[in-house]
Write a protein that binds this ligand. Structure first.
Ligand SMILES: C[S@@+](CC[C@H](N)C(=O)[O-])C[C@H]1O[C@@H](n2cnc3c(N)ncnc32)[C@H](O)[C@@H]1O
Length: 310
């Protein structure tokens, strides 16, 4: 497999918690480059891999083709707007994990031993400049994970009021300079629309200044990405429906990359526990080793939590 696509994080830890068994079913709700999904497949688990990003699904299909694994069938479900491709041992669905309950209806994945969510963007999404996820590369401010969505980051940036921008940067970015940044955006776009990653990065740097290693536009990008993809809402829906799909002692494993996501995971797991649905196995989130962070910088903010179904 092309390792430059995406280096999966916390693989050993995920596998330890999932304890994959031959011929049992598992859902990788964010298949991305297939990093975790193929590890489950290698251990003879039967995998349902979901992703909203057409390029991710195409990439995994290409890996399967390169391995000479033949497609068994394909279908499109217009009511859910999902396409499903079936291979021996793995089924791929281009769809949103918020629809997980409906996606698995009538399939062998209605009950599973484990479900993995590896949130955030993949390295391929970050590295493909036209997607607009990275402020390191000049590109149109797009940020849609699902190419079928209509609203791009630039639409929010140029269309929301100053107050709405302020709320967005505060709520989804916990950005200290939200007030000054939203003001600066509104004045700048009065002269010329802000449409590219670098234009936004330079504007925010001018307003907020550079104080440390982390670029001052990081949280503004995070906030826009969360809003464009409705990420926090999708996560709540996806987790809530996933717990229903687990067999007794089945595991829900979630890797998040920032505190807003992690807070939702932590609270949802505690709610499940209170409702008597099982046990939170990780009282504190599991973090990658120093070695992993050294080898893969994207791993540095990863937080893994696990819930076991009663
Ligand atoms: C960090 S990557 C996953 C990488 C994968 N575990 C691997 O090792 O290759 C996250 C993936 O989740 C997908 N994604 C994000 N939100 C989603 C959603 N609501 N439904 C389905 N997929 C989603 C993204 O498109 C991206 O490909």
């Amino acid at each position: 497999m092309n390792s430059t696509f995406h280096t999966p994080v916390l693989v050993q830890e995920v596998l330890l918690f999932l304890a994959v068994q031959k011929d049992k079913t598992y859902i990788d709700a964010t298949i991305g480059g297939g990093g975790h999904g193929f590890e489950i497949l290698k251990r003879d688990g039967i995998v349902l891999g979901i992703d909203v990003d057409e390029e991710a699904i195409d990439y995994v299909k290409k890996i399967l083709r390169d391995k000479d694994i033949k497609i068994l069938g394909e279908k499109y479900d217009s009511s859910l707007n999902i396409s499903l491709s079936q291979y021996p041992g793995i089924t791929l669905v281009r769809g949103n994990f918020k629809d997980i309950a409906r996606i698995v209806q009538g399939t062998e994945f209605e009950r599973v031993e484990g479900i993995l969510f590896d949130l955030g963007v993949s390295s391929m999404q970050l590295d493909t400049s036209k997607r607009g996820f990275s402020f390191q590369k000049e590109a149109p401010l797009d940020m849609r994970m699902d190419q079928r969505l209509h609203v791009k980051a630039m639409d929010l940036l140029n269309g929301l009021t100053k107050k709405e921008l302020y709320e967005l940067f505060t709520k989804f970015g916990e950005e200290r300079f939200a007030h000054a940044i939203s003001g600066g955006i509104v004045s700048t776009r009065g002269i010329k629309k802000i449409t590219t990653t670098k234009e936004l990065a330079m504007l925010v740097e001018k307003i907020a200044g550079r104080r440390h290693d982390i670029h001052p536009v990081t949280k503004v990008f995070q906030a826009l990405r969360i809003a464009v993809n409705d990420e926090l809402h999708n996560l709540e829906l996806g987790l809530t429906d996933s717990v229903e799909l687990l067999n007794k002692n089945g595991k829900l494993v979630v890797i998040s990359f920032h505190s807003l996501e992690d807070r939702i995971v932590k609270r949802t797991f505690l709610r499940f526990e209170k409702e008597g649905r099982g046990t939170v196995i990780t009282k504190k989130p599991v973090r990658p080793s120093q070695k992993e962070v050294f080898l893969n910088r994207r791993a540095r903010s990863a937080l893994l939590r696990v819930f076991a179904k009663a």
